[in-house]
Ligand binder design. Structure first.
Ligand code: CTP
Length: 467
């Protein structure tokens, strides 16, 4: 801690605060992260006085720094190198139950600390001359940090009611830090969960993404599910939970299966969108579930239906609808294909098709498929993993021979239209598909001359004539 506090900024803030006659503290996540030995370059200062006046005095002494003032919030920010310093005057806030807009008044240091979310985030370090560098621990936050506990400083109903987003933050910190939520706090999460509805979807989703980016997101998702916070914004995922038994035949619980796939995926990639594909890979199992007499449970077409569910879910959750969503859709759609290639007699053409369909998502698809193995039988697991590694080898061999990835046939739609002197039409579409299939199936080679001959023949069959 000494090392941090000898940092120029803390000395400067302390001196300027003294000159202004303010009392100033470092608070929140930065202090928490010192004890957790997590690197953090975002520092929050609370001053009993004007945050803007203090920041402005400090900024004048920090060469090359950038200064932003948010008058409406009474806060100011200094950015220098990759550090970010936030200054705020100590506040007393009270909230209207139906809005996120708090009534803010100036307050004491204690008022400010009282209105924070969790005890571990109430820790503060004094920058005042008389006790510079001393930890101020009003709510036993250090003890909770050491016992890995998330607990609200006040009655949790008040803390959550003040800002319902804090319920998502509780699940997020539990997942990020692998902490337990204290019993009373957990009970309040259950009774207050419905109040998440006044929070904007963007803010809720932001916390959800932080859970997904943690080392073991299942911790956060189980909390969201058990408290019914998940029910507030993600009913499709809630529906995955449960096992039905008929004629003595059950199916796996797809909610817990999905969480295991997600955790396994997180050990292989930090990519948020591949992790989202793990969450959504079986999302259409509930709506496609059928019981076939004498056979058991089937989920036919869940990969196709699931891929079509991605966009509406992304839209509602206010996730971006661009290239990343396209990847998630593709991964959900193709997630059964590599497993289908573990059968004994697999043709090169089936492998070529997968390479063509997966395109640049092929590596991510293999990560998803390997994560999708959740059997408890160690022998089986070994065999399934080995099969997929074999598929990867086969893919590599075919790729090296054919260079099919990101491939386009040697003659495109426009050229075909020019050959026959007609515009876009069903016939042109048919010829394009037939040409692609013929090359992928190895009927003709991937060369212009052979492709041209094939296009002419196909056109003739369809009653078209070369111009
Ligand atoms: N805070 C709060 N309620 C919120 C958001 C924030 O009480 N809904 C308080 C907490 O004391 C928190 C501090 O404001 O420590 C700073 O918030 P923020 O930067 O969002 O979180 P950090 O705790 O710094 O954690 P992280 O950087 O991991 O988001």
């Amino acid at each position: 801690m000494k090392e941090y506090l000898s940092h120029l900024i803390f000395k400067t803030v302390s001196e300027e605060s003294q000159k202004l006659g303010f009392q100033t503290y470092v608070v929140g996540g930065f202090v928490r992260d010192i004890y957790l030995k997590r690197d953090s370059k975002d520092v929050d200062f609370v001053t009993v006085g004007s945050g803007i006046a203090l920041a402005s005095a400090v900024q004048k002494r920090l060469k090359g720094s950038h200064f932003n003032v948010f008058k409406n919030f009474g806060t100011a920010q200094i950015k220098t190198d990759d550090w970010e310093f936030e200054f705020v005057g100590a506040r007393k806030e009270s909230y209207d139950r139906n809005s996120r807009k708090p009534k803010v008044e100036d307050g004491t240091f204690r008022d400010d600390i009282y209105r924070r979310d969790f005890t571990i985030n109430t820790l503060a370090i004094s920058l005042n001359q008389e006790n510079y560098g001393e930890l101020v621990d009003t709510f036993g936050g250090l003890q909770d940090l050491q016992s890995s506990i998330i607990r609200t400083p006040l009655d949790p109903h008040i803390t959550f009611s003040d800002d319902p987003l804090r319920m998502m933050r509780a699940a997020r910190f539990a997942a990020q830090l692998n902490f337990k939520i204290e019993e009373n706090t957990l009970r309040a999460l259950k009774t207050e969960a419905h109040r998440l509805s006044i929070i904007s979807q963007e803010r809720t989703t932001d916390e959800l993404n932080k859970i997904i980016l943690s080392r073991k997101p299942s911790i956060g998702f189980k909390i969201l599910f058990n408290t019914k916070l998940l029910h507030e914004f993600f009913p499709e995922m809630v529906k995955l939970q449960g096992v039905e038994i008929r004629e003595g035949k059950g199916h796996k619980d797809n909610f817990y299966h999905t969480l295991q796939v997600l955790d396994q995926c997180c050990q292989k990639t930090t990519d948020l969108w591949v992790r989202w594909s793990a969450i959504l890979h079986d999302i259409a199992k509930p709506p496609t579930k059928r019981f076939v007499k004498g056979e058991g449970w089937t989920f036919h077409g869940h990969e196709d239906k699931g891929s079509r569910m991605v966009k509406p879910i992304f839209k509602r959750l206010k996730l971006p609808l661009g290239e990343n969503m396209r990847k998630v859709i593709n991964l959900v759609k193709l997630h059964l294909r590599p497993i289908a290639l573990t059968k004994e007699y697999i043709t090169d053409s089936a492998i070529r098709r997968l390479i063509f369909d997966a395109g640049e998502d092929l590596e991510d698809l293999m990560i998803l498929c390997k994560s999708d193995i959740t059997t408890k039988n160690k022998e089986k697991e070994k065999r399934f993993q080995a099969n997929l590694i074999n598929v990867e080898k086969n893919i590599a061999a075919v790729e090296e021979r054919d260079r099919i990835r990101n491939w386009q046939p040697p003659i495109d739609g426009q050229q075909i239209m020019n050959v026959f002197g007609i515009g876009p039409s069903r016939e042109i579409g048919e010829i394009k598909t037939a040409l692609k299939d013929a090359i992928l199936d190895g009927i003709i080679t991937n060369e212009y001359d052979e492709a041209f001959k094939f296009v002419l023949e196909k056109g003739k069959e369809l009653g078209l004539y070369k111009q």
